[in-house]
Design a protein around this ligand. Structure first.
Ligand SMILES: [Zn+2]
Ligand SMILES: [Zn+2]
Length: 409
């Protein structure tokens, strides 16, 4: 069976999340998007955990159900640790085979930080210590390193990371089940770095509201949907048909820059400036593309044999908004969005539809826009230092307000 899975999301108990991120809201939007398997997110949070336990139907194989949507118990934690006298930070997603194992690992993690203050708790804990704790509960707990390139909280982050998985995890690296590419890098960028070849690459939404579910996701082929099949299919890569990816330029840490100074630069430009901001003279926030280039030993054109493929997607409401030249939250976009969802069944079916079907179902300007986005025939202002990237259909992409390029200095 083929399913679309989103394995890293947050509940209403994590910071800066929608109050609609409960099983009701998440299940409703998973259906609209076409996702059949969601991770619960935030299982370490005591209140959310109790709510999940009371409301999810247990299918007895590590998979749970609410309405039509399947769930696996998962959550993200933030580790603070030291390497070579420097403070490092990393986000890690754990998937658990049962409520019992989830409860046991939470009990251990609770010794390293306060699990109640945030759905994604901050723990003073070494990555190797984490693996020891996980293994002492169950070898079946699945470990995903989250958004591995983002600057502040990731294994390779420019502000927070190390240069190899081994540096963080040592011999325990083999317990890493998958690496999450994050919104600001795509699969091809990750293929440039041979040291991570052996790891499966996954894509998830990291959604903080139900509407954002599936902005990145995985298409999986499983013989049967149960926890052990899921874990195995991802770790050995054989069950990953493809991942759905943001254009990396859309991610908010793709390029280098300073948000407050209005400075954005490609890695090459930043290098020429010795990575110093021309406005405030402080170090630039080095983005994902730059970090990938630093660790890369291959060209962007390299494609490894046998690796699962990927497909770029842009959120449909955003494409409709650009096509109609009205705001993304406007009534017209909303009406058009739900008309297409009714026609195609869900949002992922729109991404999978061929040109002919799109032209039948959509107005000419919307069909054209979706087709152009699918083909990558669009122009990007890349994201940087926490600012999301944006695209345009016209060649001369509109400059961001206050955005300065190197030419201005
Ligand atoms: Zn995170
Ligand atoms: Zn600056």
């Amino acid at each position: 069976m083929r399913i679309i899975a989103d394995l890293h999301i947050h509940s209403r108990y994590a910071r800066a999340t929608s109050k609609n991120s409960d099983l009701e809201g998440l299940s409703e939007w998973a259906k609209i998007k076409g996702i059949s398997l969601l991770a619960t997110g935030d299982f370490t949070h005591p209140e959310w955990f109790g709510y999940l336990r009371n409301n999810l139907e247990d299918l007895g194989n590590g998979i749970y159900k609410y309405r039509d949507i399947h769930y696996v118990i998962g959550g993200e934690i933030s580790l603070i640790y030291e390497r070579d006298g420097k403070t490092k930070k990393m986000h890690v997603v754990l998937l658990c085979p049962s409520f019992e194992t989830a409860e046991q690992i939470s009990e251990l993690l609770g010794k390293f930080g306060n699990l109640s203050e945030d759905g994604r708790p901050t723990l003073k804990m070494d990555p190797m210590e984490l693996i020891d704790a996980v293994d002492s509960v169950s070898k079946d707990i699945f470990v995903i390193l989250a958004h591995i390139w983002t600057p502040w909280f990731s294994v390779f982050g420019s502000k927070s990371g190390v240069d190899s998985i081994e540096e963080a995890f040592g011999e325990k690296s083999e317990r890493i089940g998958a690496l999450e590419t994050g919104l600001s890098s795509d699969t091809k960028m990750n293929w440039m770095v041979s040291r991570i070849d052996k790891y499966a690459l996954v894509s998830n939404s990291d959604a903080h509201s139900p509407q954002k579910l599936g902005r990145e996701a995985n298409l999986l082929e499983l013989e049967k949907l149960n926890y052990m099949n899921l874990a195995e299919a991802i770790k050995n890569k054989k069950g990953i048909v493809k991942t759905y990816e943001f254009y990396p330029e859309e991610g908010k840490y793709h390029y280098d820059g300073h948000r407050n100074c209005g400075v954005v630069m490609s890695p090459e430009e930043a290098e020429k400036n010795k990575n110093i901001c021309p406005v405030c003279r402080r170090k630039l926030t080095i983005g994902v593309m730059h970090r990938v280039y630093d660790l890369a030993d291959r060209e962007y054109s390299y494609t490894p044999g046998g690796a699962p493929g990927f497909q770029y997607i842009v959120p449909l409401s955003k494409v409709i908004s650009k096509a109609l030249k009205v705001g993304e939250t406007s009534q017209r976009v909303n009406e058009e969005y739900f008309r297409l969802i009714r026609y195609f069944g869900n949002e992922f079916s729109v991404y999978e539809a061929d040109e002919e079907k799109l032209r039948l179902a959509c107005s000419p300007e919307i069909a054209d826009s979706i087709i152009r986005v699918n083909k990558g025939n669009i122009y990007w202002n890349p994201g940087y230092d926490g600012v999301f990237g944006d695209f345009s259909f016209e060649k001369k992409a509109e400059d961001r307000k206050n955005q300065k390029s190197l030419l201005d200095f």
